[in-house]
Design a binder for this molecule. Structure first.
Ligand SMILES: [Zn+2]
Length: 458
């Protein structure tokens, strides 16, 4: 439904820039996202955007029952996955545009993947293997495929590229399990454990201590990491129209569930917007990451960060599943279960706050907490001299990532503070944080614009 976002403003925000308004108008039509994802499928002409009044008037001609379950009105945050939400008592009439389009979509041709043919309207589990690399060691890892009855975009979801990041494994499992191939439009390919070697050993890395997420798109003649990356990229990722790569904080750090996306790339920004009411952090992908390689290959990709490594955290998993389900709805791949408006993402820029002294770090703030300049974030105590040093918030914002309590050295990145920003000015703001004219030269701070000092690049 074309929802004019200017009618549903976030009250505290100042007016959007012209670029922001233009982008908001584009996002007001959920089908626009569908259109760009299905641009390679000429049999599916994009539905023309309709003005709000016209869309509302169409309700009367919608198929019976369509207004209850198939409305194209965006949905709010959903705690679980796939559970229909009760319809609110008073809601706007539902348009039938998305429903009509989905119903009119032709049958889906079989999917050819990893040497198998998957008929439309079926779910299957394939095995992807890079076993030639480690002779004698089985390295098969499952690939979960739901090939919808109706043709549409292919969304790929990858987990555990870092083998110790467990929340993503469960997120993939739950998202895929809840999909019904009979009603799915398009295809979802889930690879819950990309780095099966690291997963088995409970480590981020491959057996040779290489970080797989520095070797994409890979090289068939390269190192073992480069070969695994190449196998995944050519065998699976090339089939995707969009990619969500799941991660957690690394090295004893936890992240508030958040989407990381290079908002300077329009298709990536649109993909990030589809997650609805999640925190979106502007972040340029580093070379060698799966996200960067996919985007460079024309496949828009984002990171979904949730929680910390080596743990399975139900709340973070719930939020990740809900975010991906909102994305599936915004792409028109699954039907909407509610008529409530989908919440808007909240865009952030960020900076790291570092410990200036070594010792035992104890935090006094919680993940997600709002802080103001001067607030105490934590203290670092020297266990030998008992000297105590406080770490203060340099800016107003929200704790979007932080280290768990541990022994730290001077320079350790302890707190990641996100500051809300308008999407239209996101890039400019991110750049400004690295400008000495707009922030004091404090050695304890690093902005996302400076990836050299960023401790949790995916
Ligand atoms: Zn990771």
């Amino acid at each position: 439904m074309p929802v004019n976002l200017t009618l549903l403003p976030r009250p505290p925000r100042p007016p959007m820039s012209p670029r922001g308004l233009w982008r908001a108008a584009r996002h007001a039509v959920p089908l626009a996202a569908m259109a760009w994802l299905t641009a390679c499928a000429p049999e599916q002409p994009p539905a023309p955007p309709q003005p709000p009044a016209a869309a509302a008037n169409e309700t009367g001609s919608a198929p019976a029952g369509a207004a209850d379950t198939e409305a194209s009105v965006p949905v709010p945050a959903i705690a679980g996955s796939g559970e229909p939400e009760p319809r609110p008592a008073a809601v706007a009439p539902a348009p039938a545009a998305a429903t009509d389009k989905a119903d009119a979509a032709p049958g889906n041709p079989p999917l050819q993947l990893l040497g198998s043919e998957i008929p439309a309207g079926t779910s299957t589990r394939l095995m992807w293997s890079a076993s030639r690399i480690f002779e004698g060691m089985s390295s098969e890892t499952p690939v979960l495929v739901v090939h919808g009855h109706k043709a549409g975009p292919t969304l790929c979801i990858t987990g555990a590229v870092h083998g110790d990041e467990l929340n993503g494994i469960e997120i993939v499992r739950r998202v895929v399990q809840d999909l019904d191939p009979a009603t799915l439009t398009g295809t979802v390919i889930g690879v819950p454990i990309v780095n099966i070697h690291g997963f088995r050993r409970g480590t981020r890395y491959l057996p040779d201590r290489r970080d797989l997420n520095r070797f994409f798109p890979g090289n068939p003649q390269g190192s073992s990491a480069a070969r695994i990356a190449h196998s995944l990229f050519e065998g699976i990722v090339r089939h995707c129209d969009a990619l969500v790569d799941l991660h957690t904080g690394s090295f004893y750090r936890a992240n508030l569930p958040q989407v990381r996306a290079d908002l300077g790339i329009e298709r990536v920004a649109e993909l990030a917007h589809g997650f609805g009411g999640m925190l979106v952090l502007n972040s340029e992908a580093s070379p060698g990451t799966l996200r960067r390689a996919a985007t460079d290959a024309g496949i828009p990709a984002v990171i979904l960060e949730a929680g910390e490594p080596l743990r399975l955290q139900p709340k973070q998993v719930d939020q990740g599943v809900a975010g991906i389900n909102r994305l599936l709805r915004s792409l028109g791949m699954i039907r909407k279960a509610t008529l409530l408006k989908q919440p808007e993402p909240v865009y952030y820029r960020s900076r790291w706050v570092r410990a200036d002294h070594g010792g035992v770090l104890f935090s006094v703030v919680r993940l997600g907490q709002t802080v103001r300049p001067g607030d105490i974030l934590g203290n670092v105590t020297d266990p030998i001299t008992n000297e105590q040093n406080l770490i203060h918030a340099p800016v107003e914002g929200r704790i979007i990532g932080m280290a768990v309590n541990q022994v730290v050295m001077p320079g350790f990145a302890a707190f990641h503070i996100g500051t809300e920003a308008q999407p239209g000015r996101q890039l400019a703001l991110a750049t400004e944080t690295a400008d000495s004219k707009t922030r004091p030269d404090r050695s304890g701070e690093v902005s996302d614009a400076d990836n050299r000092g960023n401790p949790d690049t995916e």
